[in-house]
Ligand binder design. Sequence first.
Ligand SMILES: [Zn+2]
Length: 412
Amino acid sequence: MRRKPLNTLSRSKLSRYARSLANLAILLADSGSRLERRFWKKRLFATLAPMLEGRSETTLTQTLEYLYTHHYQAYDELAFAVENSVESPPVGNGEDILLLAVPIMAWSTYDIPCGKIDDADVQALTDDLQKNVLGEHAHLVLTNMLFSPDQLPETYTAAAELARQLGNAAANRLAVSIDSDTLPATQNFLSDVRYLIGAIAVPQDLPAFKWQEETPGGPLALSKEEVLEKWRLMGNATLQKIMAGCSIQPMLPNGLYSACREAEKEARVYSVRASAAFLETALQVAPDQIQASVGAFIDRGEIEEYRIGFTLKGQSEVVHGVVWPLIGEEYGNEPDPIYERDIVSEPDHPVIRSSIETLLKEVGIKQVKVLEERFPLEYCEDCGTPLYPNPEGELHHAELPEDSELPSMHLH
Ligand SMILES: [Zn+2]
């Protein structure tokens, strides 16, 4: 996933393999014609294929970290090539393979389910997707698991292994069963994303998705919006059954990495909406009685995320909070100048900041305070939950008042 790498490396610290991979990505990024691009691209993909079958995770992450600080365009080329190689392993017997994720936004005052799905429901969801979302010639195999974000493969090589397993199953028209006991436990949030994971096998050059299909001699048959609408309508009954007690909003399937990025973005908006709905129910207050305080949180001199603390009008206790992480290209490449100079000023993501403000107002929370100070990334020492700002700019643990309708999400 294209995220901000953790370390900055110098070229001398790179392994021999990482150095030659970095060179290849730089040559691709700097190529001046389509002809040259195609040449380097082929070489890059050919180099990556065996790496993803072996234990080359360190080389991959080292190279990405190095390029992130030294040649951003080459970083982007390499990240894209790695993700594509992971998602489409060469196991298709003449068909193309795509490792697929179907995100589902959900919120609930109970635990949002994850884990095993009954075979009949897997079949129903496979049929719904096959019929309403995928291209006519694409063959889908879904796993029998509902994944939480922390159960998705953490490394490129782990994801590549899953892609090979599912790709093989799709190519040979077999079912896949995953042992859910081996997956890590998941943390519970008020709102979160769940994923159906699968793979499609599709004959080369034929549409993988409905929105790629053309009517003979005419325009595209269905737009993405129309396909999404149909999927939400047709998949709803089964999804609602496996996610009982949740409000859900299914999204369109896509390649694993792209689907996850879209879901992360969508989840931020979704969780703000869910929070407003939750507070109205839990505290029996109208949105105009709720105040939101938005703060920028920094790590190593860069804004890492925004956090929104919700308080009741005229009070300073934080009753609920939402984290708004920065994703992919939203990270600044430069260190935060405000932090460097150690003075207080406006946060430097005006677009993000104003979209948070607009969204809060849209859900009825008219009192929005954008705090000028920068906050350290602090968490509760007992439960690891993030601390949220109140209007005075103090960081608090979010706790619902004792007389609220629902139990607090954190009982300590
Ligand atoms: Zn705590």
